[in-house]
Design a protein around this ligand. Structure first.
Ligand code: TXA
Ligand code: MG
Length: 335
């Protein structure tokens, strides 16, 4: 084990490992002994630590440069394991049955005997829980035998990683292991749904579309309640590439790259990547973070983005693009 102190241990960079049974067993052992393991989920790669171990959780915040007020999601292999951490109600039962494993995170009241570190939950009386739909993640969670706190495995404020190579580039010198499970199929993070009060509220748009949740729950509120900080990670500028981003672009400006969507691509850009030339929002979500990384190249002046429809997974894509385009500096970047 390399990372032993409360901070990260800048040692030899680690390289992504093929997910052999041996690598998986070592990853589970690394988690159990307080280390940091990056692993694939269906949404983005997570940076995992034993959620019940304060020192291990502290290493996540240190490696990412993440402010401690921003709570982490506890990952578990099934709904029974989640129900040992938080208090389920009838809505949560229905949602778990329909969407788990899958890209839905539920924020619920912590149980009195919840073993998750208060640091992981940023001291809140609620806890975010999720069962990821990735065979490797589920195997790792079962083998670890405890809840795993895992934010996206990027440095705070940067674009989330959808391949093991993205994780290596951002955090390879700060963590103990990277399990390589290939590219993430969903590509945007889970939907964060607050079920801690009577009115369910979408705190973060993500891999389960709000419209799909509404089939189960009826009309949903989204965003924070007026004047109230509900999802600490959602207030800030975020997901930022180095280059400035320009939204709803229809024509080229000098020395720009284009992030296109749909069959009609405007001409005149230095380079163009099309999120989905057929206009498929699921395909666009799977591509958005890796294309932002690829277009974020030295020598260009900016990235222009075409309009993406605000429905289905388009809501999550637009949310990430708006944050990426938000003014830097005045807002802090957090997750
Ligand atoms: O898809 C995902 O959710 C990925 C993969 C790795 O599972 N994880 C992820 O974690 O995106 P992170 O830490 O980057 O984002 C978690 C979000 C943050 O906006 C955080 O503020 C919010 O969930 N959150 C966590 N616990 C919360 C709580 N108790 N109440 C409100 N918001 C919470
Ligand atoms: Mg994140």
């Amino acid at each position: 084990m390399r990372a032993t102190g409360p901070g990260y241990c800048a040692a030899m960079p680690v390289q992504p490992l093929a997910p052999t049974p041996d690598a998986l067993a070592r990853a589970a052992e690394t988690l159990r002994s307080g280390g940091l393991v990056a692993f694939p989920t269906e949404t983005v790669y997570g940076l995992g630590a034993d959620a019940t171990d304060d020192r291990a959780v502290a290493k996540i915040f240190a490696a990412k440069g993440r402010p401690h007020f921003n709570p982490l999601i506890a990952h578990v292999p099934d709904a029974d394991a989640a129900a040992r951490l938080v208090r389920f109600d009838a809505r949560a039962e229905r949602l778990a049955a329909r969407f788990w494993p899958g890209p839905l995170t539920m924020v619920l009241p912590r149980r009195d005997d919840c073993p998750v570190s208060l640091l992981a939950g940023a001291g809140l009386s609620t806890l975010a829980v999720r069962v990821p739909a990735h065979p490797l993640a589920l195997d790792l969670l079962r083998a670890a035998g405890r809840p795993v706190a895992a934010p996206s495995a990027n440095r705070s404020g940067r674009v989330s990683p959808t391949t093991a190579q993205h994780v290596e580039a951002d955090l390879g010198d700060r963590i103990d292991m990277i399990l390589d499970g290939g590219a993430c199929v969903v590509g945007v993070e889970s939907t964060v749904l607050d079920l801690s009060g009577p009115q369910a509220r979408v705190l973060r748009q993500g891999g389960v579309a709000q419209e799909t949740l509404e089939e189960v729950l009826g009309p949903l509120a989204s965003g924070g309640a007026p004047g109230v900080i509900t999802a600490p990670g959602m207030l800030e500028s975020h997901y930022a590439p180095d280059l400035p981003l320009r939204l709803n672009a229809t024509a080229a400006r000098n020395n720009e790259a284009l992030l296109a969507f749909g069959p009609e691509e405007p001409e005149g850009f230095v380079e163009t990547l099309n999120l989905s030339s057929s206009g498929n929002l699921a395909e666009a979500a799977a591509n958005v973070f890796s294309y932002l990384r690829r277009l974020d190249r030295i020598g260009l002046d900016g990235i222009a983005v075409m309009t993406i429809p605000e429905r289905g997974l388009g809501r999550a894509i637009n949310d990430r693009l708006r944050r990426a385009a938000a003014p830097r500096g005045q807002a802090r970047s957090v997750a």
